[in-house]
Design a protein around this ligand. Structure first.
Ligand code: C5P
Length: 232
């Protein structure tokens, strides 16, 4: 971003994984490093925005001039994000508020958290866990009547563009950035990234005049598209 481009805006970003406890010593989680969300938080602060960063368990330093709130579970992350968005809307209004969901929120959590450490059973070599769905944080914020601009991410290993476009519509996002995390050069833990960004956009009269054959797949789907190349 250009210097000062985000002055007067409040950006709420979530980042990293969540941890879903099984018992006092074990949890379920994923490989998210949080690097992308922290880098975005830093870039937004450098561009002049007030930034609130809701971080799952990661080992990263807090960027300068960024207010960081640490959380553990998906439900903790949801309430911290909802509160931070409320504060942003109250401070600068919907038109100047942005929510960016980079966190790799655990889709499910154990239905029950055991109070004591779960012991190995003697009778069976198998163990069955019942999981329940976690709330969808970004979809919840996008569903509000008064809401910030909402941007989501799609980390996929196949059919990247199609899955991302479906998510953009299902979660009612304003923007979605997708990438192929099966690629070693831009996937989890990598310092580099390359993304395709989609957003809903009506076809312009110029697009119509250009004729069907001239339209890209994204234009056919009523979407804008930008390809952001890998940058080190
Ligand atoms: O559905 P999926 O997890 O692939 O969607 C990814 C996007 O949705 C990301 O922006 C992620 O932060 C967000 N998400 C969320 N709450 C969930 C799951 C995903 O906000 N429970």
């Amino acid at each position: 971003f250009a210097n000062g481009a985000l002055t007067g805006r409040h950006v709420v970003i979530n980042a990293g994984p969540t941890r879903e406890a099984l018992d006092p010593v074990r949890y379920m989680s994923n490989h998210s490093s949080g690097k992308m969300g922290f880098a975005l938080a830093e870039a937004c602060a450098e561009a002049g925005a007030s930034v609130t960063l809701i971080a799952g368990p990661v080992v990263l330093p807090t960027p300068d001039r960024v207010q960081r709130i640490d959380v553990v579970s998906a439900r903790d992350m949801q309430s911290a994000c909802e509160q931070a968005v409320d504060a942003a809307l109250a401070a600068v209004g919907a038109a100047n508020s942005v929510f960016i969901a980079t966190a790799a929120v655990a889709d499910y959590r154990p239905a029950q958290v055991a109070e004591q450490k779960i012991k190995k059973g003697d009778k069976s070599d198998e163990m069955t866990l019942t999981l329940v769905k976690n709330p969808d944080i970004v979809a919840g914020i996008a569903a509000r009547s008064e809401r910030p601009l909402v941007m989501g991410f799609a980390a996929e290993t196949q059919a990247v563009e199609a899955y991302a476009q479906a998510k953009l519509a299902r979660k009612k996002l304003d923007l979605i950035a997708c990438n192929d995390v099966s690629r070693a050069d831009i996937g989890f833990q990598s310092d580099d990234n390359a993304m395709i960004v989609f957003w809903p956009t009506p076809l312009s009269p110029a697009d119509d005049a250009a004729g069907d054959a001239a339209l890209s797949d994204a234009q056919h789907a009523g979407l804008g598209r930008a390809d952001l190349a890998k940058a080190s």
